[in-house]
Design a protein around this ligand. Sequence first.
Ligand SMILES: Nc1ncnc2c1ncn2[C@@H]1O[C@H](COP(=O)(O)OP(=O)(O)OP(=O)(O)O)[C@@H](O)[C@H]1O
Ligand SMILES: O=c1ccn([C@@H]2O[C@H](COP(=O)(O)O)[C@@H](O)[C@H]2O)c(=O)[nH]1
Length: 249
Amino acid sequence: MWRAFARVPRALECGLGVGQQQLTLTQHFPHSKARNFCRTSYLSKHILQPIIMTSSVKPKVVFVLGGPGAGKGTQCSKIVNRFLFTHLSAGDLLREERSREGSEFGSLIEDYIRNGKIVPVEITCSLLENAMKNSGKSLFLIDGFPRNQDNLDGWNRQMSDKVDVQFVLFFDCDEEVCVKRCLIRGQGGSGRSDDNLESLKKRIQTYNNDSMPIIKYFDDAGQVKRIDASPDADQVFREVERTFMTSGF
Ligand SMILES: Nc1ncnc2c1ncn2[C@@H]1O[C@H](COP(=O)(O)OP(=O)(O)OP(=O)(O)O)[C@@H](O)[C@H]1O
Ligand SMILES: O=c1ccn([C@@H]2O[C@H](COP(=O)(O)O)[C@@H](O)[C@H]2O)c(=O)[nH]1
């Protein structure tokens, strides 16, 4: 019976959708042995019930912010390998939407990205919410969002009662280092239409004018965990790892 109980936290950890109120057995016990086990009345009485009762727990979100090229994506991959998080990059979701056949927002998104401007929140927030729902997971790193006041207001309207934001992981890195990293990334064949000096100047300007005030807002609210992003990626991750561990992950 202990083994059965041991499954419960994993089902909870991996199975909650955004705002989902109830879990289904087959979703969370997909293997045939587990299915047979699930049919027993013991399960429905003693185990399924607590799952349903606690399944209204909201998904948890960590916002990951920092300048272009600060290393957000690199560190998110490392976090995913070490902890139970799912990585959602707002930029990647927008690039995917831009390339999706039939997307009505394709050319708008391309224009915003190339010019380092911030896409209207209705688009980005819907992409994020759908990705969260479709993942079926409950622990998210939201990378590169919210980036301006419009993003923050839209998020608060659409998502604040559906998820719990844990903290903001802020990768602090000098402008010159950020630009250099993006240019190297572009020369390495990233294929990104904004890894060039002209776009980068605009992205840095947007970051300083629009994103920094949002980071300051979270910092004033005591929600920012600052990481020095200038050392090499493994060294940065050691600090990230410490941060997540001391935050209970
Ligand atoms: N600590 C580091 N030291 C040196 N190079 C790094 C470091 N972290 C990441 N890089 C490299 O810098 C480039 C940008 O990193 P990454 O894509 O993770 O940044 P980002 O913050 O997600 O960027 P963007 O906001 O533009 O998507 C990549 O080529 C990556 O390999
Ligand atoms: O919330 C967001 C995230 C991104 N954008 C646009 O995409 C590019 C690239 O973002 P990366 O995080 O560097 O991949 C960014 O400069 C914005 O133009 C956005 O509008 N909103």
